[in-house]
Design a protein around this ligand. Structure first.
Ligand code: 5GP
Length: 190
C-alpha cells in the first residue's frame, strides 16, 4: 500500500473547523482525524479519547520528554499536542491523516513533514468570528479575549499555508476542502 498523506488544518478558534471536519468525516469515513492530548478541561459533551485525551501538565510534560508528541503548543493557557504513534502508523498504512491544530503546531509540522498539505480556514470577518465564539457560550470572558487576540495573530499568518478557505457557507467550504484533500498527490510525495 502507498504511503498516506498528512493534512494540517488550521484556523482561529470559532471559525468552524470542528463542524467542517465532522461533515467531512461523515462523507469520508476513511479519513483519520488525529485525537490530540490537552491540559484543557473537557467542555460539556466532550468525550475522552474521542474529542481529546484530557491530561494534566505533568503527564503532558512526560509525553514531551519521551518524544511521544509529533508537535505541541500552548494555546489560551493550555497545552495541546499530537500523539506521534497513531499518526505515523496510519500514514504508513496509506491513510490520509488530518491534524486540526493551531499555528505554532502547524509551523512545527512544516519543519518535520514538509510534504504535509497545509490548509488555513478563515472567517468571513473578525466580527463574525467573535459572534461565533460568544454563541458557543463555552468560554469565560478571559478565554474569549485570549482566543480573539490569538485569532488575529493566526489570521495574519494565513498566507504561510498552501491554501486558504473562507468558511462563510458550510457547504461551499466543505466542497473546497474535499477537492483539496482528494487532489492527486505530487509524484515526489506519493
Ligand atoms: P479548543 O480548546 O478550542 O478545542 O482548541 C484550541 C486550539 O488548539 C484550536 O485552534 C485547535 O486547533 C488547537 N489544537 C487542538 N489540538 C491541537 C494539537 O494537538 N496541537 C496543536 N498545536 N494545536 C491543537
Amino acid at each position: 500500500m502507498g504511503v498516506g498523506r498528512l493534512i494540517v488544518l488550521t484556523g482561529p478558534s470559532g471559525v468552524g473547523k470542528g463542524t467542517l471536519l465532522r461533515s467531512l468525516l461523515d462523507r469520508h469515513p476513511e479519513l483519520y482525524l488525529s485525537v490530540s492530548a490537552t491540559t484543557r478541561n473537557p467542555r460539556s459533551g466532550e468525550i475522552e479519547g474521542q474529542h481529546y485525551y484530557f491530561t494534566n501538565r505533568s503527564q503532558f510534560d512526560r509525553m514531551i520528554a519521551a518524544g511521544e508528541l509529533l508537535e505541541w503548543a500552548e494555546f489560551a493557557g493550555n497545552c495541546y499536542g499530537t500523539p506521534r504513534l497513531p499518526v505515523e502508523e496510519r500514514i504508513q498504512q496509506g491513510q490520509r491523516v488530518i491534524l486540526e491544530i493551531e499555528l505554532e503546531g502547524a509551523r512545527q509540522i512544516q519543519q518535520t513533514f514538509p510534504s504535509a498539505l497545509r490548509i488555513f480556514i478563515l472567517p468571513p470577518s473578525l466580527a463574525e468570528l467573535e459572534a461565533r465564539i460568544r454563541q458557543r457560550g463555552q468560554d469565560t470572558e478571559e478565554a474569549i479575549g485570549q482566543r480573539l487576540h490569538r485569532a488575529q495573530i493566526e489570521i495574519s499568518a494565513a498566507n504561510e499555508f498552501d491554501h486558504q478557505i473562507v468558511n462563510e457557507e458550510l457547504e461551499t467550504a466543505l466542497d473546497c476542502l474535499e477537492t483539496l484533500l482528494f487532489q492527486p498527490m505530487p509524484k515526489s510525495e506519493a
